[in-house]
Design a binder for this molecule. Structure first.
Ligand code: SF4
Length: 361
């Protein structure tokens, strides 16, 4: 299989569905912890090909969705400082804070710029030496190596008017917390992009400690159906394990260079996750030796008290306890063009995926 079409070939997908139906006997609740998988599963309608006793549940794998409202409020407070140019990925721009959003602040005159990579933010810093340029670093091990590289690049280039507000997180503590908090699961579809960096070894504790399987999956329909089949096999044979379906990209050891970059620039800290609360050693703080590039340390701003929206079920959606359609606001007060919660904003959000694909089926 070399080309994308082959991964989408209808007969292959249906053959895998048939295999699953023939071999699966036991109830199986599988969570995908990657927003990209959530979107792909919904986009290709793969749920509808599975027997009723196999349930696919979306988890906390959308970086925008799990980012705290307090972080958004802090970013908004920074954007109100006249000397600061705030740079961010587009999705974060529309996430509601307690009383505003970055999009609204921009409309009010804040200098907030959408960037496609941290390199764009470095360019803005180089072009505006009289200003302070702050980059909002969010996401898991997929995006944090680029942030780490950006900080090192800024140091080498002497761009001391550049800094990062980090909300980067790592995935394993969230996967453990879901089980510890009693979410009923039999296995995980492991994140494909995160695992290219970390390797599969970071999930070893899940079968060892919890007796659940993890299959790291690609993003095409045959990838995902094969991953479900691998989890079916694990469940039916009572052999939970960490397996790599996405082996054209993911290895057991991962990308060692990227891991070194992360180790150089970041250290773990306790961090807050929407839906899961504070999880020990789950967030990535910029190490003291790079404090010059840590916007959280460099700028002291007054942050308004955090207010969560009443009625938004994002927290429970992220834990797989509720479906977006269980939310009374879904598709009414909350839509992608006028989102109430982060899960409806992000291109990887579960509510956005349901809105885009499920309601039109
Ligand atoms: S539909 Fe909107 S308000 Fe409801 S859980 Fe999803 S994002 Fe939150």
């Amino acid at each position: 299989m070399k080309y994308i079409d082959e991964y989408r070939r209808r007969e292959h997908v249906l053959a895998l569905a048939d295999l699953i139906r023939r071999e699966s006997r036991k109830p199986l609740r599988i969570m995908e912890v990657c927003g990209g998988h959530t979107m792909a599963l919904r986009r290709f309608g793969l749920h509808s090909l599975l027997p009723d006793h196999i349930e696919l549940i979306s988890g906390p794998g959308c970086p925008v969705c799990v980012t705290s409202r307090q972080f958004i409020d802090q970013a908004i407070a920074l954007s109100r400082q006249p000397e600061i140019i705030l740079t961010t990925y587009g999705d974060l721009n529309r996430v509601p804070g307690s009383s505003s959003s970055l999009e609204q602040e921009k409309a009010r005159g804040g200098d907030i710029r959408i960037v496609y990579s941290i390199l764009d933010a470095l360019t803005i810093a180089a072009q505006n030496p009289e200003k302070q340029v702050v980059f909002l670093g969010i996401g898991f091990e997929t995006t944090s190596p680029a942030t780490a590289a950006g900080i090192l690049k800024a140091q080498m280039a002497g761009l001391f008017n550049f800094s990062v507000l980090s909300a980067h997180k790592i995935m394993p503590p969230a996967m453990a917390a879901l089980i510890d908090q009693g979410v009923n699961l039999h296995g995980y579809i492991g994140p494909g992009h995160v695992s290219t960096i970390t390797g599969s070894k970071i999930y070893d504790f899940i079968p060892q400690k919890y007796g659940l399987g993890v299959v790291i999956s690609g993003f095409e329909p045959t990838d995902l159906m094969q991953s479900v089949y691998m989890l079916v096999r694990q469940r039916e044979t009572h052999r939970p394990a960490v397996e790599i379906q996405y082996n054209r990209v993911v290895t057991r050891e991962g990308n060692l260079k990227a891991q070194q970059l992360l180790e150089e620039v970041f250290e773990l800290r306790d961090d807050w996750w929407r839906g899961l609360g504070v999880l020990p050693q789950s967030g990535m703080a910029i190490r003291t030796r790079y404090a010059d590039f840590d916007a959280g340390k460099r700028f002291s701003v007054e942050i308004e008290p955090t207010r969560e929206d009443k009625g938004c079920l994002c927290g429970e959606v992220l834990k797989g306890l509720k479906k977006p359609t269980d939310c009374k606001l879904f598709g009414k007060a909350c839509t992608p063009s006028d989102p109430v919660g982060a899960c409806m904003v992000s291109s990887e959000g579960t509510c956005a995926a349901y809105f885009k694909y499920v309601t039109i089926q």
